[in-house]
Design a protein around this ligand. Structure first.
Ligand code: NAD
Length: 263
């Protein structure tokens, strides 16, 4: 399906793995030139970058900005603008998780999660909005979570950060509503990525359960569909939001969670 995005330019933060990589690949498949970002082995990142460029014919670049550092994030946005001459799509996706009871939650982990999962969105949006305003076109999509709407125990920093992302999303949406820009949040339920693998292990430790029990009784217990959300499902929602069809959706949080937050 052609979403009419050919020739546009995008940044997807945290796109060396999981959801971010799938979203970046979906954009490149649509003819969007993309800046990848995230951590990992330099050789593997370069191989993935080159493979995506080769497969799609889109320009695929990489910028290693650390999402805990505001000036590096601003540099990444300037890099995209300089290399592509524009910036149409910003996907704030980078995120980490840590699972522990609040009274044992490491302070440094709290600060890191708030920085990566929430404050990085502010830095990227702050740098991108002037470019998008000048173009009179832009799409900002923040990867929040079902945990932006509801809580689970032992995830204080993550839940706080994701609730914050929804507040930021709504505020930015009001500020840019007349500029041809939209700002929305996607709230996925569980998607089987390396982040969730880590969570399964941490939750097993925190609750004294086996990993199989965590998947069955904690993770899929929360998701009425009893199925993980897929990359294709997420790609479809993201592509809708960034296309012209999604132009009227602004300041929204869209759940894609198999019914989790309906209950
Ligand atoms: P993942 O662990 O597979 O990927 C996370 C990405 O973020 C990686 O590319 C990693 O290198 C990057 N990253 C981490 N710290 C960074 C930093 N300081 N600077 C730059 N990049 C950094 O995770 P995922 O499951 O694909 O999650 C992606 C997003 O989706 C996150 O915001 C997460 O909270 C959200 N989300 C995930 C799920 C799920 O079930 N997997 C559900 C809801 C929301």
């Amino acid at each position: 399906m052609d979403y009419g995005l050919k020739g546009q330019a995008a940044i997807v933060t945290g796109s060396t793995s999981g959801i971010g990589h799938a979203l970046a690949a979906a954009l490149a498949e649509q003819g969007v030139n993309v800046v990848l970002n995230g951590f990992g082995d330099a050789g593997e990142i370069e191989a993935a970058r080159a493979a995506l460029a080769e497969k799609t014919g889109s320009t695929v670049l990489y910028h290693g900005a650390d999402m805990t550092r505001g000036e590096e994030i601003a540099n990444m946005v300037a890099f995209a603008r300089d290399r592509f001459g524009r910036l149409d799509i910003l996907i704030n996706n980078a995120g980490i998780q840590h699972v522990a009871p609040v009274d044992e939650f490491p302070v440094a982990k709290w600060d890191q999660i708030i920085a990566i999962n929430m404050t990085s969105n502010f830095h990227a949006i702050r740098a991108a909005v002037p470019i998008m305003k000048a173009q009179k076109h832009g799409r900002i999509v923040n990867l929040a979570s079902a945990h932006g709407l509801v809580a689970s125990p032992f995830k204080s920093a993550y839940v706080a950060a994701k609730h914050g992302v929804l507040g930021l999303t709504k505020t930015v949406a009001l500020e840019i509503a007349e500029d041809g820009i939209t700002c929305n949040a996607i709230c996925p339920g569980y998607v089987h990525t390396p982040l969730v693998d880590g969570q399964i292990k941490d939750t097993a430790r925190a609750r004294g359960m086996t990993e199989d029990q965590v998947v069955r009784d904690v993770i899929l217990a929360a998701q009425p569909s009893k199925q993980f959300i897929t990359f294709d499902q997420l790609n479809g929602l993201m592509l809708y939001l960034v296309s012209e069809a999604g132009a009227g959706v602004n300041g929204a949080h869209l759940s894609i969670d198999g019914g989790w937050t309906a209950g």
